[in-house]
Write a protein that binds this ligand. Structure first.
Ligand SMILES: Cc1cc2nc3c(=O)[nH]c(=O)nc-3n(C[C@H](O)[C@H](O)[C@H](O)COP(=O)(O)O)c2cc1C
Ligand code: SF4
Length: 422
């Protein structure tokens, strides 16, 4: 099999000591910052736009466009936030980025701060990631001592400080509005939008918020130019993707691949194939992602190909589930997860997921009837369409996609010969 890994963001992993800024500098670290500081803010934004980089936190919004909006926002005070909450089950890419090459993330944040005019940044790290918190805190201190952070960075007059903020174990904290409310000292709940963070974000000020992997790409884009970066990947998905490969696969782990490789390439290549008994399904992106049958695994990792099929690539986890497990057991787990994680603010999510679970259990018990199936389909649509934030909107995805791709699993959960019983 051809080599499918492409080490761009992971090229220094296990080569440098993550706690040594000198190791990072010796490997070319902070040269992109030095170059960026000689550029005009709009030139930095232009390079990121040219690169085609899209946000790696799940929604895939173009990073350069977001930077442009924040740069142009008319405000003395602007903020920058690195979203390192990584609460989506199955994902661990941001943890690896922070623990194996923390300065790459910091360098991306600092370059971005200069481009958008932010002087205060936060890294919101999932509370359970104690090692990431320690390593990122040490990296911030080391960058301050070297003059890459703080006042008058590299003598350019640009000031930027970073504060580490830790979450408290709630999945919704990763949603950008909930996250910002959390930093402001409020309970983590999402809210209606617009306005978007680019105009009214943290403390009501324009805010650039991006995922760890999004920021980690920025030094490479500046070093190699946006145009060169855009040659990696596909027409619609530029660059590389970090894939958290987990579940029933021989070599679980983090792999970096160019966009365009197929799911099967990742599983059978670096992943070494499924563990045993053949693949039942693969869930893409994490608990909020679609469950695909084995005959769809040749689909390439590409935002447009996924969108054309009504699917989302999410943040890039690939969860392999083999035939020792049942479709309904897997879906029940995801519904239970979302019921537990719903912040309770809006009715469709709070009540809808609860009732989906009740209906779903009828299939588990083999007691479902046609009207349960009909109600479930209607409820899926309501929860998807009317929940305030992405948690509720994506909560029924596993249920919906398994109803589509594995209808037999649900048919076998329906009460049969009912007319004779009556
Ligand atoms: C329930 C929920 C949880 C989320 N969790 C994360 C997360 O842990 N990390 C992340 O980067 N984005 C997460 N997001 C997406 C963020 O709201 C936001 O889109 C992202 O931080 C923007 O960065 P990007 O454009 O670089 O992807 C989550 C969204 C939802 C709806
Ligand atoms: S969709 Fe769910 S998590 Fe999001 S605001 Fe509504 S209740 Fe809260």
């Amino acid at each position: 099999m051809e080599q499918i890994e492409y080490k761009l963001l992971t090229r220094r992993f296990d080569i440098i000591d993550a706690l040594s800024i000198d190791d990072y500098i010796a490997q070319g670290g902070y040269t992109a910052l030095a170059a960026a500081m000689k550029m005009k803010p709009e030139e930095i934004v232009e390079e990121v736009k040219l690169s085609g980089l899209r946000g790696r936190g799940g929604a895939a919004f173009p990073v350069g466009l977001k930077m442009d909006s924040v740069r142009k926002a008319d405000s003395e005070v602007k903020y920058l936030i690195c979203n390192a909450d990584e609460g989506e089950p199955g994902n661990f890419k941001d943890r690896y980025l922070m623990e194996k090459d923390p300065h790459q993330v910091l360098e991306g944040m600092i370059i971005c701060s200069a481009a958008v005019g932010a002087h205060k940044g936060y890294i919101f790290i999932r509370g359970e990631y104690t090692r990431s918190i320690y390593i990122m805190s040490s990296a911030v201190q080391a960058a301050l001592e070297k003059g890459f952070l703080g006042k008058n960075i590299l003598g350019t007059g640009h000031d930027f400080e970073i504060e580490i903020y830790t979450g408290a174990g709630s999945y919704v904290c990763g949603e950008e509005f909930a996250l910002m409310l959390c930093i402001e000292g409020n309970p983590a709940r999402s809210t209606y939008k617009p306005p978007f963070p680019t105009t009214e974000g943290l403390f009501g000020k324009p805010t650039q918020i991006n995922n760890v992997e999004s920021f980690a790409n920025i030094p490479s884009i500046i070093s190699m130019t946006g145009a060169e970066y855009s040659k990696i990947g596909t027409k619609d998905s530029k660059g590389t993707k970090l894939v958290s490969l987990c579940g029933n696969v021989v070599k679980k782990g983090l792999y970096e691949v160019p966009f365009g490789v197929s799911i099967r390439d990742v599983i059978d290549g670096p992943g070494g194939g499924p563990l045993q008994d053949g693949i039942l399904m693969v869930q893409i992106g994490g608990a909020s992602g679609p469950c695909l049958p084995p005959d769809m695994l040749d689909i390439p990792l590409d935002y447009k190909t996924f969108a054309d099929q009504g699917l989302s690539l999410g943040s890039g986890a690939i969860i392999v589930i083999d035939r020792r497990f049942g479709v309904l057991d897997i879906v029940r787990n995801t519904l239970k997860f979302f019921k537990h994680e719903s912040c309770g603010k809006c009715t469709p999510c709070r009540e809808g997921i609860y009732h989906l679970l009740i209906l779903f259990d009828k299939f588990i018990l083999g007691q479902a009837e046609q009207k349960d199936l009909d109600t479930m389909m209607q409820l899926i649509e309501t929860v998807e369409q009317t929940s305030i934030c992405g948690l509720g909107q994506a909560a029924p995805t596993a249920l919906k996609t398994t109803l589509h791709y594995f209808p037999q699993a649900y048919m076998s959960g329906m009460r049969t010969n009912r007319s004779r019983v009556i």
